[in-house]
Ligand binder design. Structure first.
Ligand code: PRP
Ligand code: MN
Ligand code: MG
Length: 181
């Protein structure tokens, strides 16, 4: 992708580590959903890379759907008050729903989303988050599948952005402080 050396501090996950993690997650999910159809729900835009890779690594029968939400509140902090910009196409009644996210930061977005999807009559709703920042979480959420827990640093790449940039990096890195301060 682009030359971003000066913008990054260090590499957190290489392409190879990302793909190994995807394989591990897919194996767990395949085992747990054996014989079931799974509806994968990704939250735009950060989760698109995880969705693309995870869905292709799975052997289970899957359907893909996408949602766009916006959390009210200022700047980079999410407030927990969420507005749906694009809803799912799928009817969730009786479906096994697996929410696919790139990262859990405060957890406020997912906490709201899980409750929202659970109100639509699904057979189950679980969460797969590629990254999680335990130190940043403000609410308790039951996350069934976690790729990797990471420190509370600003991370970009593999779908994760800062100001809409760096999403297309094929690795995950931490942003150098001079970029955001
Ligand atoms: C980011 C990230 C998660 C959410 C996590 O999305 O992709 O969806 O924030 O934050 P939280 O745990 O504090 O709620 P963002 O709102 O930046 O939109 P994006 O996916 O389009 O980048
Ligand atoms: Mn997101
Ligand atoms: Mg973002």
């Amino acid at each position: 992708a682009q030359d971003v050396h000066g913008d990054l501090d260090h590499v957190l996950m290489t392409t190879e580590q990302i793909q190994d993690t995807i394989k591990d997650l897919a194996a767990q999910i395949d085992r747990d959903y054996e014989g079931k159809d799974v509806l994968l729900v990704a939250v735009l835009k950060g989760a698109v890379m995880v969705m693309a890779d995870l869905s292709r690594a799975l052997h289970s029968h899957v359907t893909l759907d996408f949602m766009a939400v916006s959390s009210y509140g200022s700047g980079t902090q999410s407030s927990g008050v969420v507005r749906i910009l694009k809803d799912l196409d799928a009817d969730l009644m009786g479906r096994h729903v697996l929410i696919v996210e790139d990262i859990i930061d405060s957890g406020l977005t997912l906490s709201w989303l899980k409750t929202n999807l659970e109100s639509r009559g699904p057979a189950s709703v679980e969460i797969c988050a590629f990254l999680r920042k335990p130190e940043a979480m403000k609410v308790e959420i039951d996350v069934k599948y976690v790729g990797q827990d990471i420190p509370n640093e600003f991370v970009v790449g593999y779908g994760l952005d800062f100001d809409e940039k760096y999403r297309n990096l094929d690795f995950i890195g931490t942003l150098a402080p001079h970029v955001y301060s």
